[in-house]
Write a protein that binds this ligand. Sequence first.
Ligand code: NAD
Length: 480
Amino acid sequence: MDQITASPPNTELDLQGALDRQRHAFAASPFPTAAQRQATLKRLEVLIRTHQDAIVDSISADFGNRSRVETIMSEVLPTIGAAGHARRHVASWMRPQRRATSMNFKPATNRIEYQPLGVVGVVSPWNYPIFLTLGPLIDILAAGNRAMIKPSELTPATGALLARMLGEVFAPEEVLVVQGDVAVGRAFTGLAFDHLIFTGSTEVGRHVMRAAAENLVPVTLELGGKSPVIVAEDFAIARAARSVAVGKFFNAGQTCIAPDYALVPSGSAEAFAHGVLEAAEAMFPALNGNPNYTAIISDRHHARLTELVAEAEAAGATVLRHKDTPGGNVRHFPPTVVLDPPLDGRLMRDEIFGPVLPVVRTAGTDAAIAFVNDRPRPLALYAYTKEPATERKILDRTISGGVTVNSTLVHCAQEDLPFGGVGPSGMGAYHGREGFATFSHARGVHRPGFFSGFEYLTPPHGAKTRFALKALGIKSGDGK
Ligand code: NAD
């Protein structure tokens, strides 16, 4: 492992060799027991606890400043929670499920057995580099597989930490971290894994799916998109504004399920926009030197955000900016609210992935639903309403990967809810039981009873066959 991670493999041959070794090891131990899986998950849980400070430091180094508490809340706690949940439930998830026997085959029995798939590839992004790497890994290990992991090149310190940490407790035949740039990513996704889970942008997701198709590798794609907020007329605007600000400015908006834009009843739009900015200023009174305000991952992303806002402002939108102007050498981008953005501009077409919230006026909940349905299916949707009928209407008439009602983000941290997108925001799901199912093969097993109709109805067909078919209510077709 050290050899490979210290000098990352960058040819298909090295990667192929690593995959072959994992395959070979899997063939020797294709069905780890529940106790073995529990022990593996425990090792992972202890690993996260013992490396908590290193995780906080490496992510902050990669970002140029990542809030320590945000790292604990979004990387350390949910990963420990997911590992513990899988450890407590894996034995019951593994249990074969009895299924009904088709009428004509009684008294046979049917069951589903969950088999490990083999070697699973994991490609992870930079925005939550621990949770979005170890989260899939937990489900992969719970399902009895081995894993090869390619973290993002934008978080090299965390990638190196992952390689070191996982190398402490896993042999390279169990879990292997492959570091490298996009070229390594391309070679990695060209491998004939038994399954591949990719978390990243919709654009790169298309390349990944194309590469996987070459080897007919099944994929789980955890992608991005523009996750809307719908504020209904009945909800207190100041409360909605504060709540949306909490989710939007977490990790400086660099969250796949961040509220991307807000649809607000026309007459309340100004109050909402000002409320969001006031909440941001209360959470982050100053930006410069504030360790709680996370920086933007790269100069390129910082410049992109500047352009999105400038383009909207030039087209007539009202831009509300945090009163403190960022300075110094930290890539901070100020919390920004853009009221009445042009709907055909990049701010309302591209995923924002930063601390900028467009506020769009709508004529009410029906118009907001229509707005959402006119656009690609999002990864998350946030509905603010106290009216059960309005909540029902929003849930029934929209489709998104997941939903949090009257708050943001937290559906993602629920261990017993599936997490995944729909349409352009992704395919497949993981977390908890659904993660176990994603990385398992559900094999149908049929066992005939003491009598098998299939083996009774054999040629030469005559009176016996006619009798049996008649008993089943079917004509024999030979005219008798
Ligand atoms: P990205 O798509 O640029 O990169 C993701 C990973 O893919 C990286 O490890 C990268 O090295 C690799 N990669 C890049 N090009 C590749 C190629 N041609 N072939 C194979 N691998 C390649 O995404 P990002 O910038 O790291 O992350 C931001 C995006 O990820 C946003 O769109 C966000 O919404 C999405 N995201 C989704 C989720 C989710 O759970 N659905 C979570 C976090 C982020």
